[in-house]
Design a protein around this ligand. Structure first.
Ligand SMILES: Nc1nc(=O)c2c([nH]1)NC[C@@H]1CN(c3ccc(C(=O)N[C@@H](CCC(=O)O)C(=O)O)cc3)C=[N+]21
Length: 352
């Protein structure tokens, strides 16, 4: 994720720069084996999004198709919302607060609005200028806190530098904290026997993806790369809650490769393109790549393309299952936001 990109930048920037020019292998025509979720049926899929990978690399990994699973989840949510509207007239609502004019944030917010629309969630928006005060942001949060049509409030991160993130996230009612970033929700996530009202969307999406592909977590060794508040730390807590033995690797870790190589499950949220090489992985490991790193690409319309933290073409020869970027964790994040908003509406209206 973009917001976690500082985690490794100190010690790995040099390495990642060296790795950036993606090595293109020969044009062996080999097809990627795609397994459908919850089935062992192997099918050859010539998905255009993965065509280049499928044509140039020999893959033994199962692809954890976040885009596909997210679509299923969104359909489930849309169905449930239809039912609720019909029987109660209640329309779940999500408010998004965007401060400043970062291009990437604007794109994310636009995508969230569209995703809400598609499933029948009403969206509310506050767009504030870069130089507005913390008080101004908090005023908008308070209005959404007391608006009964709003069941979820999301403050798009990162906030402008002059703002105290904790102070602002603290202002969101924990009952509407669909991002799960309120200190109380995070605190509860960290405590045995306590339940947060909301779990942060990206790590929740990672877990849901593992769950839908029936990947066992209990008793497994898991390594989380990165320790950001929005991904790495909550991902480690969720894995631990699912009874994995968890190690967090970060920018001060002495031998990240050796430690990562012991993991049955790797969740990488470092924000460094191609940090995790094939040699970092134990054969058969399950790899969830949270990184969304832009790399220059003159051949693409936007001038860049997105790559993960994991060197996909190497990893897919070693891992038993892996998420692609794009089309992996990203779409799951949005699906979890919709899911959190729906469950918030249900809780606030005491629906089953
Ligand atoms: N309060 C807050 N909550 C967030 O959840 C939050 C945030 N702030 N700030 C920024 C990050 C980033 N994030 C993404 C969500 C979806 C995709 C996504 O769907 N990505 C597509 C690719 C999209 C493209 O091609 O541009 C994919 O991976 O397939 C990416 C990134 C949520 N974030």
């Amino acid at each position: 994720m973009a917001a976690s990109s500082t985690v490794f930048s100190d010690s790995y920037s040099a390495t990642s720069r060296l790795l950036l020019p993606f090595r293109i292998r020969g044009f062996h025509l080999r097809r990627t084996l795609f397994l459908s979720p919850k089935s062992n049926k192997r099918s050859f899929v010539s998905s255009s999004a993965f065509a280049s990978v499928a044509m140039t690399t020999e893959t033994s990994s199962k692809l954890l198709d976040g885009k596909l699973i997210a679509k299923k989840i969104r359909d489930e949510i849309a169905g449930e919302i239809d039912g609720i509207k019909e029987s109660t007239g209640i329309v779940p609502g999500l408010a998004v607060i965007l401060v400043g004019s970062r291009k990437d944030s604007q794109t994310y917010v636009r995508n969230k609005k569209k995703a809400c629309e598609d499933v029948g969630i009403a969206s509310y928006e506050a767009n504030l200028p870069e130089d507005c005060s913390e008080e101004e942001v908090i005023k908008h949060i308070s209005k959404f806190n007391s608006n009964p049509l709003v069941h979820g409030i999301l403050v798009q991160l990162p906030l402008p530098r002059h703002m105290n993130e904790e102070k602002i996230l603290n202002a969101v009612s924990i009952e509407k904290d669909v991002d799960g970033f309120h200190p109380l929700n995070i605190g509860r996530l960290a405590m045995q026997g306590r339940e947060p009202l909301f779990v942060p969307c990206t790590p929740k999406g990672c877990m849901e993806l593992l769950h839908r592909y029936e990947i066992e977590i209990k008793g497994k060794r898991a390594v989380v790369i990165g320790r950001s508040n929005i991904v790495g730390m909550p991902a480690a807590l969720l894995l631990q809650r699912a009874n994995a033995t968890v190690t967090i690797v970060h920018s001060y870790t002495k031998n990240p490769e050796e430690i990562t190589k012991q993991a049955d499950i790797v969740i990488s949220a470092a924000g460094v393109a191609n940090l995790v090489r094939g040699s970092w992985l134990k054969p058969g490991a399950v790899v969830v790549d949270v990184g969304i790193n832009p790399v220059d690409d003159t051949g693409s319309a936007r001038g860049y393309r997105l790559v993960g933290d994991v060197c996909f073409e190497e990893a897919c020869k070693v891992a038993s299952a892996i998420t692609p970027v794009p089309g992996g964790v990203g779409p799951m994040t949005i699906a979890m936001l919709l899911s959190n908003t729906l469950s918030s509406a249900k809780r606030l209206h005491e629906l089953k």
